[in-house]
Design a protein around this ligand. Structure first.
Ligand code: MG
Length: 308
């Protein structure tokens, strides 16, 4: 049967329900409100009981903050505090893969001038650069940045050798070592079983990734990571390192407290006090893993003073 046009359905429904509405007893109307004085400036009509929040207005009269609202516990600020610093502007990249305006580009597709040989920082990074990417100089040693970093956001793209060769840890192995100590694993974990806390996305020897979102060998994969450096007071650990990581856009580590440098296997991982900033390292594990589009942003924390 052909459905009735919408207009007909609406008309029928109206006719059918009109008598019902007509039978309803009208509810008593509220007494007309006594005309009252307009609310004081800064208060919305109908909110005459609202306390004075200490609204602060800009030159055009827009409310841009308050001075008498409740204090936010554990902070020096009130709710919607007019004096709270405004975060600085950052121009994002054209896509989330592109470096934003405040990023330090560590590889722009051309050269490894921002990197040195890890075992001898006076020497250049010995890894080959080709067609917009660089590749582990398998067996030539790990590389690290000339610049030192503490808290950072890292973007890095990698691909493991195709076709994949080897098994377990001996397959597409590299790694990102924050501060040359704390490894977030790079491995060909596509249909390749190894110990869980050593597969791609693992904080090596500590935490497996939440899930395994890897791509096939040879496909470009994307790491986006927030690394918070450990904090020491003299020789005492005040706060551990934390790693939050997305692999191919999937959350795999959520602010995991790193237990210490991730290399030891026969002793528990344990911190030793070190500098607040150290180089970022990429591991040579004798497999030709490729990298491209590597950038970091220094993270300075919340409520930074506004530039004058
Ligand atoms: Mg590794």
């Amino acid at each position: 049967m052909k459905p009735a046009p919408l207009a007909v359905v609406v008309a029928c429904a109206t006719l059918a329900f009109t008598p019902l509405f007509a039978r309803q007893t009208p509810s008593p109307m509220p007494a007309p409100a006594t005309p009252s004085a307009p609310p004081p400036q800064g208060q919305a009509r109908g909110a005459t009981q609202r306390p004075d929040e200490g609204a602060v207005r800009d030159a055009n009269g827009a409310v841009v903050g308050f001075t008498k609202t409740a204090e936010i516990p554990g902070t020096p600020w009130r709710i919607h505090d007019a004096g709270r610093p405004h975060p600085r502007m950052v121009t994002p990249g054209a896509t989330p893969a592109d470096a934003p305006s405040d990023a330090i580009v560590l590889f722009d597709g051309k050269d490894l001038s921002k990197w040195v040989k890890e075992s001898d920082p006076t020497k250049p990074a010995p890894w080959p650069v080709r067609d917009g990417y660089f590749e582990t100089g398998a067996g030539s040693g790990s590389i690290m940045t000339r610049e030192k970093f503490g808290d950072i956001q890292l973007h890095l793209e990698f691909s493991t050798p195709s076709p994949g060769r080897g098994a377990s840890q001996d397959r597409g192995n590299s790694g990102i070592k924050f501060m040359d100590k704390y490894e977030l694993q790079i491995l060909d974990s596509y249909q390749n079983i190894t110990y869980a806390d050593g597969q791609a996305g693992a904080i090596y020897g500590e935490y497996p990734p939440l899930v395994n979102p890897v791509k096939k060998p040879g496909e470009w994969q994307v790491y986006d990571v927030v690394f918070e450096a450990p904090k020491f007071k003299d020789t005492t650990l005040v706060a551990p390192a934390y790693i939050t990581a997305f692999l191919n856009g999937v959350a795999i580590q959520i602010r995991r407290p790193v237990m210490g440098p991730t290399s030891p296997t026969m002793t528990p991982h344990q911190y030793t006090a070190h500098d607040a900033e150290l180089p970022l390292m990429l591991q040579d594990h004798a497999h030709p893993v490729r990298f491209r589009n590597v950038w970091v942003r220094r993270l300075a924390g919340y409520d930074q003073p506004e530039k004058q």
